[in-house]
Design a binder for this molecule. Sequence first.
Ligand SMILES: C[S@@+](CC[C@H](N)C(=O)[O-])C[C@H]1O[C@@H](n2cnc3c(N)ncnc32)[C@H](O)[C@@H]1O
Length: 424
Amino acid sequence: MSAPGLAPRLAAAQLLHGVLQDGKMLSELVNGKDSPLRDLPPGGKARAQSLASETLRHLEPIDIVLDQFLQKSPPLKVRNALRLAACELLVDGIAPHAAVDAAVRQVRASRKTAHMAGLTNAVARRVAEHGPEIWADLDPQRLPTWIATPVERAFGKDALRGIEAAHAKGAPLDLTLKDKSEAEELAKALDAEVLPTGSLRLHKPAQVSTMQGYDSGDWWVQDASAAIPVTLLGDLSGRRVLDLCAAPGGKTMQLAAGGADVTAVDVSKERLKRVRENLTRTGLTAEIITADAVRWDPAKPFDAILLDAPCSATGTIRRHPDLPFAKSGEMKKLLGLQAKLLARAYGWLKPGGRMVYCTCSLLPAEGEGQMAKFLERHSEAKQIPVTGLPDGWVDSFGGMRLRPDFWGDRGGMDGFYAAVIEKP
Ligand SMILES: C[S@@+](CC[C@H](N)C(=O)[O-])C[C@H]1O[C@@H](n2cnc3c(N)ncnc32)[C@H](O)[C@@H]1O
């Protein structure tokens, strides 16, 4: 791999700064109106984003390596240039001269840091020479306490370390098929693996919009674990189903492809645009409603409901390594909103109807805890144990609990919780 030009590197440094100093998510920075990527060509945009993202994924071990070669901490801009170079050298495997040269040019590009070009050159060279040996002995980046403590308490220390190791590896690209009977054929065409749960998994990075089946809407990108909750609702053909908190629409498409008459509700007009685009591309249909579910009420009850509640998204850190840096772990408001949405949605279910409550979170408070409180308040509601999944994927109450360290030999999965509730 060759080192990126100066412009993508400067943009990557701005992204790093935006996450670490301003507490913003990469997606916010990349898509915002002042995006550091706005003037870059597509290749430069992709490179800047992946360099920032990989640097954040390994920030702690990168800093440990850099600190071996720094006598005192340099100004942040210089440290960030060195962090990017270390990522190129230790993670991306970029040729030493190219990575060192790029870091030096980056530091020279600003009048404020130009005088530190010599130091940058010396440190980056030493990282190139001695860094790999140190790197090999370092643990993967640790999770912040607000995630690590509840995860360790619930699943144990080995699970926590396994999750951190899975985060360091990143995520493959998973696809959900509109028509599952095409799995083998598409897998062959895309050089993908058919997972036991029916998703396709690509192990090599690919440009999604140029892949076979994208224009014809044969599949959509969705992590294998995110594709399971909808399947827990069983046969949906001809049933009225509410997809509550629907955007960007991965589960809306699954429900519609399963033959359901889908009502998709989300508070975000902007995110619902993605649902519309996704439905158009795949030729699927759903009624789309922009509404705050805390205030909205449906005209009549539903046969089934999927509530994919807003959450910490801590199950998706493999794909969003910026998340632990950008979020503070303040959970009170989210937990209150989840409980409220759960209670309201249950009220919209027909007697005999089933609801799946799910979150892409690693935090038991947003999954197992939320379900326990719900069942306490609704003693008539019945939790239906999840079946048909491998041992260890279902908790003692019958809820589905997936973790990034599962399927380690296959490339992991996002963390997810899902529970099935039946209304008598
Ligand atoms: C986890 S995402 C949903 C992902 C989606 N189900 C999918 O599979 O693509 C949570 C969604 O909840 C929506 N949301 C948050 N608060 C809401 C509210 N009060 N009413 C309706 N939607 C809400 C957010 O806009 C966000 O799109």
